[in-house]
Every structure is written in structure tokens, then in C-alpha cells.
Design a protein around this ligand. Structure first.
Ligand code: GLN
Length: 260
């Protein structure tokens, strides 16, 4: 029988491996591991550079524990701002769609506070779809595998109230500037937005109007630098656009609306 590694020993190991928040991480590992062997294995995987969320198997997002499997994009805390903005726009009994859903964190976080809703999520990556199904199932949502809108049930056309899309928006040339945890352990499809970072977004904005109900909203995250081009893409797609910036979360969100 192995002995549970002590918290100070874990802190020392993580610190030596360069983990800046070694104390917090040690506590989370000890609280998550079910056996001493599992705790030791988690510490070694973290020391080897895996993102903490992949080591733990979950990330906190909007106060929820979201399962995050290896190879799946880790929901960022700053993206809670997008969910907050969406929550302010949700009508009664909304139809919510979360595209490029990864773990499904955005869709789940939005509907978690609602009584009645329909939730559909989609992602192109099989690993993300498997992970999202686990997160979405308790809420009675559906997860589809495929490219953007392709796998959605046709019956949703013209009926979507809230369309959440955390598109990959890192310009290809900037990928090398990302932390190693993201570069090495998250799928490139979840990050790489093409030359200016807006390639996937332009495909979303070209089609969004067909899926939204009149008055429905598309929300996505972008960077301050990309915002003007992102707004132009939204307007070309026949939607109006408002930009919302959070100093607290250091993030820019575009809220697009289909005219009534
Ligand atoms: N800049 C974002 C991040 O790393 C990119 C996420 C994304 O492309 N969706 O958090």
C-alpha cells in the first residue's frame, strides 16, 4: 500500500518543476486523487508539464466543475465574461447552441441557471465531443460531432436564441507565443484561427443569420486588435454588432444580433 504523499512534499516537487502556484495545485491534487498512487501520478504528470486541468480531469468554470479530458481545450476563466453577457440576453425557454464547444463549458454554464431550455453543442474533435457529452448529459443537452453548423439538426434553423461560439482565434503566427501548456497539450484546431485569427469566425458569421431567430444573438470572444475586423465580418453576415470589453477579465466579447 503506497503512502499518500504529504502536501509539503508535493509542493516541493511542483515548485522544483516550475509551477508558480504550487501550493494551490498541491491542495487541488490531494482533494481530487482517490488513492495515494493516483496522487503521485498526478504530481508527476503536472511536473512533466501537463496543464493542471488535464491532470485533475476538471476545470472550474462559472462555479461549476467541468470535466476536461486530455487533448481537450481548457475553458479559460476569462471566458466567464462571455457567459455572463449571454445570461443577460437569455429569453424564456431559450434554444441555446454552443459551437466549437470543446468540453461544453460555455453551454453548460449558461443553462445551469435556467429552468427550461434546449441545448445543442457541436465540435469537430471526437475527444471534445466525448468530453462534452459527459458535461452536457446531466442537463439533458445534445452534443454533435462535425464542422461548425454541419452536424446540427436542421430543425434548429431560424430558431436559435443564443449562439455561443468560442472560435479558435489565435493568428497562426502567434501560436508560438502561447504558453507551452496550450501549444503542447491543446488541439491546434481549438486555437489556430488562420493568418489573422478570424478564418473560423468568418465562416460562423457567414452562416449565423440562417440559424438565429429574429432578435437572437451570436456571442464570441476576440482580441482588442481583432475586434474591428470581427465586427465587419458580423455586419457582412447581416447582423448588428456591439463590442463589450471587460477590464476585470481582460477580454473582449462581440455580441451580434439578428435584426427583428
Ligand atoms: N487567446 C485565447 C486563449 O488562449 C485563445 C483561445 C481561443 O482561440 N479560443 O485563451
Amino acid at each position: 500500500m503506497s503512502v499518500l504523499p504529504t502536501e509539503p512534499a508535493i509542493v516541493a516537487r511542483l515548485r522544483a518543476a516550475g509551477c508558480v502556484f504550487a501550493e494551490d495545485e498541491a491542495r487541488l491534487i490531494l482533494a481530487t486523487a482517490r488513492t495515494p498512487d493516483e496522487a503521485s501520478a498526478m504530481v508527476e504528470r503536472r511536473a512533466a508539464g501537463l496543464p493542471l486541468e488535464h491532470v485533475l480531469g476538471w476545470a472550474e468554470f462559472c462555479g461549476l466543475r467541468i470535466a476536461v479530458d486530455p487533448g481537450v481545450f481548457v475553458p479559460r476563466r476569462r471566458t466567464e465574461f462571455l457567459v455572463r453577457e449571454a445570461a443577460a440576453l437569455v429569453p424564456h425557454r431559450p434554444v441555446v447552441v454552443d459551437l466549437c464547444c470543446g468540453s461544453g463549458a460555455l453551454g453548460v454554464a449558461l443553462v445551469a441557471g435556467l429552468d427550461e431550455f434546449t441545448l445543442h453543442c457541436a465540435d469537430i474533435e471526437p475527444a471534445a465531443v466525448r468530453c462534452a457529452r459527459r458535461n452536457v448529459a446531466p442537463f439533458g443537452g445534445h452534443v454533435h460531432q462535425g464542422d461548425l453548423f454541419d452536424p446540427l439538426p436542421g430543425a434548429l434553423r431560424g430558431r436559435v436564441d443564443i449562439l455561443l461560439v468560442n472560435v479558435p482565434y489565435v493568428p497562426t503566427g502567434d501560436l508560438r507565443l502561447m504558453p507551452a501548456e496550450a501549444r503542447d497539450h491543446e488541439p491546434r484546431t481549438a486555437l489556430d484561427g488562420g493568418a489573422d485569427g478570424l478564418d473560423v469566425l468568418r465562416r460562423v458569421t457567414a452562416e449565423a443569420s440562417r440559424w438565429l431567430v429574429p432578435g437572437g444573438h451570436l456571442l464570441f470572444e476576440t482580441s482588442e486588435r481583432q475586434a474591428p475586423d470581427a465586427v465587419a465580418a458580423v455586419e457582412r453576415g447581416g447582423l448588428s454588432a456591439a463590442v463589450s470589453v471587460s477590464a476585470e477579465f481582460y477580454v473582449t466579447v462581440v455580441i451580434a444580433t439578428k435584426p427583428v
